[in-house]
Design a binder for this molecule. Structure first.
Ligand code: IDP
Ligand code: MG
Length: 136
């Protein structure tokens, strides 16, 4: 089985969309193996988004990501789970995301785009270890 990290971002938690997002993942056939509501510290948010440290939106992104709790999810599927989840999430800019995707159906702004999904097998391993160091 193959695991990836999903994060229900602060905007989605604030809007009451935790259930909607988890329901979509479960109906797809993915299994939750970890789930926690947690407020992320700025240092950990910066580490999570380290690849974007030089981007102009980085400060806003960290502020947004740490302003209220997120839901951290580790989900499991048979194969290439990160790619399955990314397809369900849709394009980074929700205004351009295809209807039927989470961002395409539920969002309209780029920073506040509801959900994070690891973008590769390597990112999934790194991010799961960052947020769930005790998960074997
Ligand atoms: P992804 O979440 O689809 O993988 P990334 O390019 O990795 O998108 O960007 C990480 C996050 O940074 C996005 O989900 C979004 O919240 C924010 N972001 C990305 N690009 C922009 C931008 O151009 N303006 C504002 N925020 C952005
Ligand atoms: Mg990304």
């Amino acid at each position: 089985m193959d695991r990836t990290l999903v994060i229900v971002k602060p905007d989605a938690v604030e809007r009451g969309l935790i259930g909607e997002i988890i329901t979509r993942l479960e109906r797809k056939g993915l299994l939750l193996v970890a789930a926690e509501l947690r407020t992320i510290a700025p240092a950990q948010a910066k580490e999570h988004y380290a690849e974007h440290a030089e981007r102009p939106f980085f400060v806003d992104l960290v502020e947004f990501f740490t302003r209220s709790p997120v839901v951290l999810l580790v989900v499991e599927g048979p194969k290439d789970t990160y790619a399955v989840v990314r397809a369900m999430i849709g394009a980074t800019n929700p205004a351009e995301a295809i209807p039927g995707t989470i961002r395409g159906d539920l969002g309209i702004e780029t920073t506040e785009n509801l959900v994070h999904g690891s973008d590769s097998q390597e990112s999934a391993a790194r991010e799961i270890a960052l947020f769930f160091p005790d998960l074997s």
